[in-house]
Design a binder for this molecule. Structure first.
Ligand SMILES: Nc1ncnc2c1ncn2[C@@H]1O[C@H](COP(=O)(O)OP(=O)(O)O)[C@@H](O)[C@H]1O
Ligand SMILES: Cc1ncc(COP(=O)(O)O)c(N)n1
Length: 277
């Protein structure tokens, strides 16, 4: 069985973060493991409190996994602060996992800052260059480009997304997937691999329940890379998975409900049994 690790924050309400990642791994038939960077108190209505774990326990969790178990892919989500980023970067340098999907989580759907402003530079300099693929949403892409170039940027069209993906590629990740969840019209994601631009389309589903979409997509990509798919096929399959997971999103809680994960949905996306185990 392929083994996939998420390094991310905990969402006690189960919609995003570590919890969404582990559910996604299970639905893909891969073995999920987690290194927790921070504990958040959040639900479908907002984020109420955060405790960042210290670097010693983050380091110890990563050592415990890599000294014992072969890891086929790593997904990195909420990394909060510079010390968390330094220790993750240094541990990646030590263990060299093969597939690294970095979701540069900055602000929750409810508007809470999950990455401290002073950590932006560390994320860009220390983690992005180590990633096999980064998966920013549109506001994150704008923020990263603004931080690097000190110039204002507004991504308004798919063509703007393509230009931004090429700009982000210069930061050293092997691939850039710019997600179009925050645009209007069809939900188009753009992949740039240094050579080709590929667009991934889906209909835009009319729902308020999109808590954890970014976490789900990046974990699905990590699962598919672990299963041996090329980056384009991994993104293609992940896009199909997230579309079904949003279509079946749950109206849980009073606010933005979570995506839904289960094996039957995976099969419904045309992803057959034989493909996943
Ligand atoms: N309403 C929607 N209908 C269909 N796909 C969506 C919708 N909202 C987001 N997506 C897709 O979900 C994935 C996550 O995108 P996005 O919501 O932009 O990420 P984030 O959670 O990081 O803000 C992308 O593949 C995006 O195209
Ligand atoms: C611990 C944690 N990590 C990430 C997100 C982003 O979630 P979303 O995918 O909805 O933007 C979150 N709300 N909480």
């Amino acid at each position: 069985m392929k083994k996939v690790l998420t390094i991310a924050g905990s969402d006690c309400s189960g919609g995003a973060g570590i919890q969404a990642d582990l559910k996604t791994f299970s639905a893909h038939g891969v073995y999920g493991m987690s290194v927790i960077t921070a504990i958040t108190a959040q639900n479908t209505q907002g984020v109420f409190d955060v405790r960042d774990l210290d670097e010693a326990i983050i380091k110890a969790q990563i050592d415990a996994i890599f000294t014992d178990i072969q890891v086929d892919a790593v997904k990195i989500g909420m990394v909060s602060q510079p010390s968390t980023i330094h220790i993750i970067a240094s541990q990646i340098g030590k263990y060299h996992p093969v597939n690294i999907v970095l979701d540069p989580v900055m602000i929750s759907k409810s508007g809470y800052s999950l990455l401290k402003p002073e950590a932006k530079k560390s994320l860009i300099e220390e983690l992005i260059p180590r990633a096999s693929v980064i998966t920013p949403n549109v506001p994150e892409a704008e923020e990263i480009i603004r931080t690097v170039t000190s110039k204002p940027i507004a991504i308004k069209t798919v063509e703007d997304m393509e230009k931004a993906a090429q700009e982000l590629y210069k930061l050293g990740a092997k691939n850039v997937l710019l997600k179009g969840g925050h645009m209007s019209g069809e939900a188009v994601d753009v992949l740039y691999d240094g050579k080709d631009i590929t667009r991934f389309y889906s209909e835009r589903i009319d729902t308020k329940n999109t808590h954890g979409t970014g976490c789900t997509l990046s974990s699905a990509i990590a699962s598919n890379l672990a299963l041996g798919y090329s980056i384009k096929e991994a993104v293609n399959r992940a896009k199909r998975y997230i579309t079904i997971a949003i279509e079946h999103a749950l109206d849980i809680g009073k606010g933005v409900g979570p995506t839904h994960h289960f094996y039957e949905l995976y099969k419904k996306g045309g992803l057959e049994d034989g493909d996943i185990l």
